[in-house]
Design a protein around this ligand. Structure first.
Ligand SMILES: [Zn+2]
Ligand SMILES: [Zn+2]
Length: 139
């Protein structure tokens, strides 16, 4: 497969899932996605997984490793140019919201730590668990 350099071309299914993720107030599992799209035609889980992977490959969504769930990328602007970045997330244990952040300093630090151990750095998932500002205010 050739790497896409033009704006992402999404099929119907991918567009629907992107819109679904973008409109959700918390991360969605693949089964949440399947449930939400039920009634809009045949939906096989592998199709949904492929569509989610496509969105991730295009920089339009991220997968939360600790939740096995998906969120729309907040820095991607619709059908804008494909961008790749390593995102971190702050995941609220009370309301389930996941706030995306990207911090170059953290990445440099982790890459340096890996290099010190002669570890070939490929990818990193930063997920901070805790309470969002709203939930912390109530708690
Ligand atoms: Zn992102
Ligand atoms: Zn919260």
């Amino acid at each position: 497969m050739a790497a896409p350099s033009a704006p992402a071309r999404l099929n119907d299914m991918q567009t629907r899932i992107r819109d679904l993720l973008a409109g959700a107030d918390k991360p969605l599992s693949a089964y949440d996605v399947i449930d939400a799209l039920r009634g809009q035609g045949r939906l096989a889980p592998p199709t949904v997984y492929r569509a989610l992977q496509k969105l991730i490959d295009e920089g339009l969504a991220h997968r939360l490793e600790t939740r096995n769930a998906y969120v729309a990328c907040h820095t991607a602007c619709g059908d804008g140019p494909v961008h790749a970045h390593r995102a971190g997330f702050m995941i609220c244990r009370a309301c389930g919201r996941a706030e995306e952040f990207s911090d170059a300093e953290v990445e440099v630090l982790l890459a340096r730590t890996a290099a010190r151990q002669n570890f070939a750095f490929e990818r990193v998932a930063i997920e901070i668990q805790g309470l969002c500002a709203d939930c912390a205010a109530i708690a």
